[in-house]
Design a protein around this ligand. Sequence first.
Ligand code: ADP
Ligand code: MG
Length: 238
Amino acid sequence: MGRITLDKVSKRFGDVEVIPPLDLTIEDGEFTVFVGPSGCGKSTLLRLIAGLEDTSGGQIRIDKQDATHVPPAKRGLAMVFQSYALYPHMSVRKNIAFPMRMAGIPVDEQNRRIDAAAKALNLTAYLDRKPGQLSGGQRQRVAIGRAIVREPAAFLFDEPLSNLDAALRVGMRLEISELHKRLETTMIYVTHDQVEAMTMADKIVVLQAGVIEQVGSPLELYHTPRNTFVAGFIGSPK
Ligand code: ADP
Ligand code: MG
């Protein structure tokens, strides 16, 4: 369902090429983490996949279809941001329903999906509250719920936990990992946090200045880092 292929995809902002042409395959159902220092191009790469930025070159395929010039809403992907981006005046239920309402999904079906998502995310008791009455962790769960009900081919997370305190972050990592196991849906997760990458990923993509330094499982990167940058960043002595 959710295999994503990047073929010589590049991105320039003005004269600056922040992503030189790169190739990358994200396998169906895999939890892939883009990790690297601030400014290395993680968000830009995710936004290219989401369609929130236009590519400067190359091709993006989703489910074998050319998606390079397909608008974001038609790519079948759901993005979760660190800023939650919830509507403060709407209840949790209405916030979660919003993308389905926009897509013209019948109300019965909307409610079925909302109830299932709320159950999966422990939000059933909070459906009538406003975002301002929720904790940071609960708000992030609502943002994830809003992504789940779209039944996307893949979830794209951009540092979703960086606004939460350390203890909550650990709990939310586990929740997202469990959600991935349950849904078996492709997830791409951007973070600058090595621990997050090592504990959550099936596959890690290490980026430096828009260049992929290495792709591999956490164990592969730890035991056989390709260069000193990967070794230094992931933390094994080499
Ligand atoms: P990361 O998410 O890894 O911190 P970004 O993808 O946000 O990195 O940024 C990568 C590089 O692209 C940075 O040098 C950043 O300043 C630049 N950049 C990102 N977005 C824009 C933009 N809209 N216009 C110009 N430069 C940008
Ligand atoms: Mg970023």
